[in-house]
Each structure stands twice: as C-alpha cells, then as structure tokens.
Design a protein around this ligand. Structure first.
Ligand code: MTE
Ligand code: MO
Length: 320
C-alpha cells in the first residue's frame, strides 16, 4: 500500500536554506516558465504509483541474520517509490523514475587509504566476502518518515577485517558513484557530488552496520542504492550511503555531504535521537510509511542496547 497520509514535511521544509537557495537560483537561470513549473512541483506531494517503473532485480541466496525486528515489514511499493537519492532528483518519486537506466554493471569498489595493501573488489568478489544474511531493520530518515526493510548483505566488518589498517586509521569514509550524464537531475538539487559519508571506526566495525546488496530477497533496485550500499540502522537515513564505489580508511573525520551543506542541521554522528530536535523541526515522532498514526521515535532508533556504549561520555546534543 502506498502512503495513506501526507508526509509531515515537504522538500521545502527539509531542505537546508543553502540548497534551497541554490536551487531557486538555478531555476531562475533556466527561465521563468521552467522555474514556475518546477517550484510549483515542490509544493505538490509526490505520491508515486507502484507501477511507474519496472525495475530489474534478481534473486539472491541468503540465510536469516541476527538483530531482526519483528515489526511489520514495509510494503515493497513504499520502499521502492518513496526514496531519497538526490543524484536522481529531490522528489520522493524521482529515484524510481529517473534511475532505471543507471548502469550498475560492471561495478568496482575500491578499499584504500590507511591500509597495508589497498585493493579493488568486483561486485562478484564482494558478494563472496561473507554469507549473505537477511537483516530486517528499522530505517528512519531525518525527515521523519520510517520504514522496516528486509535488507540482504553482511556486516561491513567482514570486509574491513581483511585489511591491515595502519595505526592512523580512525575513520572510514565512503563515496558514492557519480556520473552527471547518467544523473542529469543531480544538477538541480543543490548538493555537491559525489555524495560522501563516513563513520568512526567502531561504528563501521559494529556488527549491525551492513554492507547491503539486496532487499526483499533480491538484488537492490537502482533507487535503493544498487548494486551496493551501506545501512546503519541507528542513524538517520542519510548516513546509509547508496551505490558506493569507495571505502577509505583515514585518520581524520570524513567530510559528509549533508554536514558540508548545513553543518548546524546535519552533524557527523546523526544518531536517531528523539531528544535532540533538528533546528527546524522536532525529532520526537515519526511517520511509518503505510501507517496512519504517528509513532514515537526511539533513541538510537531502538538499537540502544547494541550501540549506546559507543557514545558513553559524549554529549549527544553537541555531537548530533
Ligand atoms: N548516494 C546517496 N546516498 C543516499 C542519499 C542520496 O541522496 N545519495 N540519500 C540518503 C537519505 S537522506 C536517506 S533517508 C536514505 C534513503 O534510503 P532509501 O531510499 O533506500 O529508503 O538514503 C541515503 N543515501
Ligand atoms: Mo534521509
């Protein structure tokens, strides 16, 4: 079932002023008629129809993994038609529409930086690093919508452990694929590409952190980050970077796309926290796609038992 209810926030609400201003400037530059149409579009909630696109995925073999929630899994229609993937546009229905021709094969992920022997993995090699597991996780966007997804992948630690890091390696930086020609809508989004994210080493090594290659029993649809993404279930969705091509061990805290555009609004840690409001909206509640009533947001998205010790002694308001 698709959305039964309007999401609480629109593009204009959630977008940092810098992004919004850039985009308006861009729209001005492309001319009055185009701009009017595009700006009008910002006020229209895009509720995509599930048969807009047919996406090509294939079956995966996997075992049942640990940490699965028994909450109701979200419908695949919602999870594949209500997305954030700004490379393909800012509206929630844009990634489903605009990513269908995205070429995800051949694909290489480079693991580099502060390691003894950097190396590249083809997708086939990546799939064989560890047995694929189904991990049913809650996933919560900073914009207050949430979903429950049966992801498929393995703990990122399985691959990181294959490397001998130098003593300088304190963080892991991630980078998404970027190609303007395949992602023309990215020009209107105000973000800088390639999209980048990062984790502290203990977070990257945490068994919940997933190197994800599929969902709902199959390979990832393009709009959800094919062919390989990261999933960090106790953090806001923007940490879960899609379509990755680079994993880098490094000494310094990685630059992250949303932090770069609005550091007061999007921190490096980005742990789901109902007690720390976004400067422009409360984070106390969320809208689970497919549900009518609002839910209370849980500290660390409900994964506190597993992750809170990593933040002992840290002021979570300061390190938001
Ligand atoms: N490369 C890239 N990764 C990204 C994004 C993006 O715009 N580009 N958006 C992030 C945000 S804000 C969210 S909420 C999640 C959404 O994942 P989903 O569409 O699979 O639910 O992807 C994250 N990963
Ligand atoms: Mo998000």
């Amino acid at each position: 079932m698709l959305l039964q209810k309007k999401p609480d926030l629109t593009f204009a609400d959630v977008t940092p002023k810098a992004v919004y201003t850039n985009r308006r400037k861009f729209l001005r530059d492309i001319g009055i008629a185009g701009a009017a149409a595009a700006l009008a579009g910002e006020r229209i909630l895009s509720i995509a129809s599930p048969n807009l696109t047919a996406y090509a995925t294939s079956k995966l073999n996997f075992v049942k993994g640990p940490y699965n929630t028994d909450e109701k899994v979200s419908s695949i229609g919602d999870v594949t038609h209500y997305n954030n993937f700004y490379e393909f546009g800012t509206e929630k229905g844009d990634p489903a529409k605009n990513s269908q021709k995205f070429r995800t094969s051949p694909w290489t992920v480079s693991v580099e930086g502060e390691v003894k022997a950097p190396r590249k993995f083809s997708l086939d090699e990546l799939l064989k690093v560890a047995p694929l597991e189904e991990r049913i996780y809650r996933h919560r966007c900073v914009e207050r919508w949430s979903i429950v997804v049966p992801w498929i992948g393995y703990s990122l630690s399985a691959i990181l452990k294959q490397f001998e890091p130098t003593p300088k390696a304190k963080y892991i930086a991630f980078q998404s694929f970027y190609d303007r020609d395949q992602m023309p809508e990215s020009k209107y989004t105000g973000l800088e590409y390639p999209y980048v994210e990062g984790l502290r080493m203990d977070e990257a090594m945490h068994p919940l952190t997933l190197l994800c290659v599929g969902m709902y029993g199959e390979t990832l649809p393009n709009q959800d980050g094919a062919p390989v993404r990261i999933v960090v279930p106790w953090k806001y969705g923007y940490k879960s970077i899609k379509s990755i091509v680079k994993i880098k061990f490094q000494e310094h805290e990685p630059v992250t796309t949303w932090n770069q555009i609005a550091s007061n609004e999007y921190g490096f840690y980005s742990n789901v926290n109902p007690n720390v409001d976004h400067p422009r909206w409360s984070q106390a509640t969320e809208h689970r796609l497919g549900e009518f009533f609002t839910r209370k947001t849980l500290l660390f998205n409900g994964y506190g038992d597993l992750v809170s010790s990593m933040y002992n002694g840290m002021d979570l308001k300061k390190y938001h």
